[in-house]
Design a binder for this molecule. Structure first.
Ligand SMILES: [Zn+2]
Length: 176
């Protein structure tokens, strides 16, 4: 059970109209998500809630940075986070997520924990390919020490596994 109530919006008690919320997320936020690919992050989150009589309309604006592991050198890679999205909350018989942008809450609900949404939006903002960019000379800015170590490790790994093509050749020679 999550004990952090920092991101819970008690919408039931709010007046009809617009309400603003601001959150500043740091490394600690990601500790609540052990499966996260993000190891560190600093993200400023602005949330505007437009409460209407029958629905809630959220607007999210995220800016900041998040650190993931580089796909090539496995060192830390800091990426910018820039994301804007809307979330529509309707009310129905039971709580369900209809799409990324539309959820339905049961009429009994009176608050919404938006931490999971913020977590997902930060991930949506990250590029699919997570590799240190090249510098102005076209040289990779990956951690060279790490790449060297990885190379050594891979060569070492291969020493223990014989190439199956050699096995085929050996078998062929043994037959004659
Ligand atoms: Zn890298």
């Amino acid at each position: 059970m999550k004990s952090n109530r920092q991101f819970v919006i008690p919408f039931k008690g709010l007046k009809i109209g617009k309400h603003e919320f601001v959150f500043d997320i740091d490394d600690k936020f990601f500790e609540d998500f052990p499966e996260s690919e993000i190891t560190k992050g600093n993200v400023h989150v602005e949330v505007e809630l437009d409460k209407k009589s029958t629905m809630l309309q959220f607007e999210f604006r995220l800016t900041g940075s998040a650190t993931v592991i580089c796909d090539r050198c496995l060192d830390n890679l800091e990426l910018p986070v820039e994301y804007e999205t809307e979330l529509f909350v309707n009310f129905g018989d039971e709580t369900e997520e209809q799409t990324d942008e539309i959820i339905v809450l049961s009429h009994n609900e009176y608050e919404l924990d938006i931490a999971q949404f913020i977590y997902e939006y930060i991930h949506f903002s990250l590029p699919y390919k997570r590799v240190h960019p090249d510098d102005e000379n076209g040289e990779s800015t990956c951690n060279k020490e790490m790449l060297k170590k990885l190379d050594e490790y891979i060569i070492h790994e291969n020493e223990n596994n014989t190439d199956p093509r050699w096995d085929d050749l050996k078998n062929l020679l043994n037959q004659n």
